[in-house]
Design a protein around this ligand. Structure first.
Ligand code: G3H
Ligand code: 13P
Ligand code: NA
Ligand code: ZN
Length: 318
């Protein structure tokens, strides 16, 4: 059944677990996420970016989700719009039947330039008012979600992290159900060039923000762990991703213990898919039936989904 983000994360908060939110663009991703959820009895967040909508096309993306709902009637599914760069993107998703939307007002509409706080409040409030009138949940974002390690080395790290007082003010002004916070993660596969030796997440900051806004669910973007086994497979079957590290699963689990409820993961499934396909094609050079390598991709992604449901304790909660 379709469920809102608010309902799903309220349940997660009451029962002390976190939910992975996996990005979806195609049928194999949806099938992998659902097969894994059904196997371990976890609720599901399927999230589609604006890029996913333009890749698949709005009707195909919508019907992929409807197919998941039809095939798995016993699993609660939240259909969430990821990173809406403008109110119009969110309104289009509401019209499509999404049960949750993210208004990412932390960046200007070009999705590149950091926005002013006033702009962020204004667009997020607008989306929240309309979404709530339609029974749809809203996620906002506050803080600069970049890499704390590279590129911005000259900046004071504390400037990149979400400020707890500002978070409280933002929530009071916008009425969001969930808030994406900057606590040391960044998007994509290239988060850390060295194997993390200490802690990469600012758990202290999670705790402070959670204490200020306990009823708003905290979201961690850029939460791929960049699995070393899939990286090795990609690089040994013709790929060239270089050496790179993500957020250790144990640290995400610590975040969940301190108030994080939604954990965004895209890169890990991209890597499993690419690795499985590269390996299959390298080993079976005569095959030209795409179903065979797509099946391998689905299997690889299913393994990661199951592992995250179990680690975040959403297994058994559907
Ligand atoms: O945060 C972005 C997600 O990884 C989705 O990426 O915009 O390429 O679909 P995308
Ligand atoms: P990753 O790039 O770490 O998978 O993060 C995905 C994400 O935050 C989508 O919104
Ligand atoms: Na999102
Ligand atoms: Zn994100």
């Amino acid at each position: 059944a379709l469920i809102t983000l608010r309902q799903l994360l309220d349940h997660a908060a009451e029962n002390d677990y976190g939910l992975p939110a996996f990005n979806v663009n195609n049928m194999e991703q949806v099938q992998a996420i659902m097969e894994a959820a059904s196997a371990v009895d976890s609720p599901v967040i399927l999230q589609g970016s604006a890029g996913a909508r333009s890749y698949a096309g709005e009707p195909f993306l919508r019907h992929l989700i409807l197919a998941a709902l039809e095939q798995y009637p016993h699993i609660p599914i939240c259909m969430h719009q990821d990173h809406g760069a403008a109110p119009g993107v969110c309104f289009r998703s509401i019209q499509s039947g999404f049960s949750s939307v993210m208004m990412d007002g932390s960046l200007q509409e070009d999705a590149k330039t950091p926005s002013s706080y006033e702009y962020n409040v204004q667009v997020t409030r607008l989306v929240a008012d309309l979404a709530h009138a339609c029974g749809v949940s809203v996620e906002g974002e506050l803080g600069c979600l970049g890499s704390l390690e590279e590129g911005k080395a000259s900046l004071d790290h504390s400037l990149l992290l979400t400020d707890p007082n500002e978070a409280a003010d933002f929530v009071q002004k916008t009425h969001v159900d969930a808030l994406a916070i900057a606590i040391g993660t960044s998007h994509g596969a290239y988060k850390f060039s060295q194997k993390p030796s200490g802690k990469v997440l600012r758990i202290d900051r999670v705790r402070e923000i959670h204490a200020r806004i306990p009823s708003v669910h905290l979201v961690m973007h850029g939460s791929s762990s960049v699995p070393e086994d899939w990286l090795a497979i990609i690089n040994s079957y013709g790929g060239d991703m270089g050496q790179t590290y993500g957020v250790p699963v144990e640290e995400i689990v610590e975040g969940i213990k301190n108030g994080v409820r939604k954990v965004n993961i895209d890169t890990d499934l991209r890597m499993a898919s690419t690795g499985a396909i590269r390996k299959h094609l390298a080993e079976d050079k005569k095959n030209f039936d795409p179903r065979k390598f797509l099946k391998e991709a689905t299997k690889g992604m299913t393994g990661i989904c199951k592992a995250r449901y179990q680690a975040f304790n959403s297994a058994g909660q559907a």
